[in-house]
Design a protein around this ligand. Structure first.
Ligand code: ZN
Length: 260
């Protein structure tokens, strides 16, 4: 599979998508930008390439300069391999512990980027039976343990009012995160909650790793900090219920890139 980078849009994010102010070069492109079937699989082993990132120091957000054609991006995710069942289970346990109270208070849960359904299975163990995953990768959905709709969230036409909508380590992959937040707001039940877990490029571990951080990834189109995530929620008129750090059970291979 060749490069999906659309050079004609190479200057697409010279301004900040949040404040529309200026950005400056932060991390120069690494690697060839050549994409493989593994490049867009969830929780893959670390690859050694990422796009050019620019930073808005005011909002504290990184934006990938190169844009990928949306149809091609959908196809890359649809055909992505699934190689991460163990990581998926570890992450599901972590998120279900952090959100245990919210899960137990919910009657229905929608998980976006649900992979093999591991998080929803944890929710079922906590007593929730109305569960749905939305997963763009056919390979991950094929081994899903829970009810899963296959495709990009924007193509899901189902309505429904969900008590809890979850998006774990997925907002970085979206071309239009603001569109997703509006989409999710329309599908929340009154009093419903949206839980978003995201990478934080300002977290100490990532500041130490700098250009070697594995969160600099060909898949990540926008990388947030706590500051920029808060601003994104405020701009989308979503009231913050609670925030906190999640200590993920990352494998050593995922945290420390082999190519440093
Ligand atoms: Zn900004």
């Amino acid at each position: 599979m060749g490069s999906a980078m659309n050079e004609s849009k190479a200057s697409g994010h010279s301004t900040c998508p949040l404040c529309h102010g200026p950005t400056s070069q932060k991390f120069a492109r690494r690697g060839s930008g050549q994409l493989t079937a593994d490049s867009f699989s969830s929780r893959k082993t670390v690859e050694n390439h990422h796009p050019d990132y620019r930073e808005c120091a005011l909002c504290q957000v990184l934006v990938a300069v190169e844009q990928i054609d949306p149809l091609q991006l959908n196809e890359l995710y649809r055909s992505a391999t699934f190689t991460s069942a163990d990581e998926s289970r570890f992450a599901a346990r972590t998120y279900s512990r952090v959100l245990e109270r919210e899960i137990k208070n919910a009657s229905s849960i929608l998980d976006i980027g649900s992979s093999d359904g591991a998080f929803l299975t944890q929710c079922r163990k906590l007593g929730v039976n109305a569960l749905l995953g939305i997963e763009p990768s056919a390979a991950a959905a094929a081994v899903a343990t829970e009810n899963t709709w296959v495709g990009p969230f924007a193509q899901y036409s189902g309505e429904g009012e969900w008590d809890l909508i979850t998006l774990f380590m997925t907002i970085e992959h979206l071309q239009d995160p603001e569109d997703f937040l509006q989409w999710a707001k329309k599908r929340l039940a009154p009093g419903g909650l949206l839980a978003v877990a995201h990478h934080d490029y300002r977290a100490p571990v990532n500041l130490v790793l700098g250009a070697r951080s594995p969160i600099l990834d060909i898949e990540h189109l926008r990388i947030y900090s706590k500051t920029s995530m808060k601003k994104t929620f405020e701009d989308s008129r979503i009231r913050s219920h609670k925030t906190g750090d999640v200590r993920k059970c990352l494998s050593v291979g995922l945290l420390w890139p082999p190519h440093v």
